[in-house]
Design a protein around this ligand. Structure first.
Ligand code: NAP
Length: 275
């Protein structure tokens, strides 16, 4: 006799940094999502209001994740905590979704090595807003057609790292796209600054060959980025604005659902979106 198929068990999710700005939004999003269950909400233990969405706020070690039977940990903490948290997850067989930014290329390589043997996987994305992922892709597509690219990233004044992880990844992709195009056509001197006499601080930081990033920190902002591409007689401006932390939630939920099936370390949401 056949009846309706039994409902699949929900994916058991723990949130690290649960009392932070992003962590609270992630707890609410996971709690509201069919097929996901918030089983632990862990923070560094400062006094404050509980997140109040059915999770458990704890100052305890990450061992609380094992006690709660978590399958996926979502990290929105601080750069100094995100890497040890991810390595701990790799060592204990927990899938990990990392949104924290600012732990550097070496940190990323350490994560790649830690998750390579399995069985746990990891998705790291400096920006979970699908519009921002598209902005990076559009910048990469446009870059070979323009002589110069500058990035202006603007964030709230509580952001710890600068330049932002999104601007760093955008700059790397833009530089790679320009480099690949230069190999097909005439080589361009991407590192040449068109304003060699300028005060260096006024030109932002050259984070990739020929790509300067300017970081604005201002109360009232959330997360914004402009990519300015210029060539003779024209400028193309790509701009993305996260006006609310809700903008990041569809990407976080997608990553939580996908991470068990994505072997090793995945950087960015592009492959999840089929870009
Ligand atoms: P936030 O409000 O400062 O929240 C961070 C939280 O993590 C705080 O409650 C902090 O507690 C807690 N924490 C620190 N160390 C911890 C540990 N070892 N274990 C557990 N919790 C710990 O910061 P936010 O604005 O939410 O941003 C968090 C991170 O996400 C930043 O790196 C930011 O750049 C990044 N971000 C990423 C995206 C994306 O789409 N990928 C979007 C927005 C933000 P204390 O205050 O007691 O230290």
């Amino acid at each position: 006799m056949s009846g309706p198929a039994p409902a699949a068990s929900p994916v058991r999710v723990a949130v690290l940094g649960a009392m932070g700005r992003m962590g609270q939004a992630v707890c609410r999003a996971v709690d509201a999502e069919v097929g996901l269950a918030l089983v632990a909400a862990v923070d560094s233990g400062r006094p404050g209001e509980p997140v109040g969405v059915g999770g458990l706020v704890s100052a305890a070690s990450p061992g609380v994740l094992l006690d709660a039977g978590a399958q996926v940990a979502v990290d929105f903490t601080v750069p100094a905590a995100a890497l040890p948290n991810a390595l701990w997850c790799a060592g204990h067989g927990l899938h990990c979704v990392v949104g924290t930014t600012g732990f550097g290329a070496e940190g990323l390589e350490a994560m790649r090595a830690a998750f390579a043997p399995g069985p746990a996987n990891c998705i790291v994305a400096p920006n979970f807003a699908i519009g921002a992922v598209l902005m990076m892709r559009f910048a990469e597509m446009a870059a070979p057609w323009f002589d110069a690219v500058e990035i202006v990233e603007l964030h709230h004044d509580g952001k710890l790292d600068a330049p932002s992880g999104t601007s760093l990844l955008t700059a790397q992709r833009v530089a790679a796209a320009r480099g690949a195009a230069a190999r097909r056509t005439a080589p361009a001197d991407a590192a040449a600054d068109p304003a060699p006499g300028a005060e260096p601080a006024a030109r932002g930081q050259a984070v990739a060959p020929g790509v300067h990033v300017h970081s604005v920190r201002l109360r009232g902002l959330v997360a914004h980025q402009e990519v300015l591409l210029g060539t003779a007689g024209q400028v193309l401006t790509l701009r993305h604005d996260s006006l609310d932390r809700a903008s990041f939630m569809p990407g976080v939920v997608l990553a939580v659902r996908e991470v068990p099936g994505r072997r090793g370390l995945t950087v960015g949401l592009e492959s999840l979106l089929g870009l």
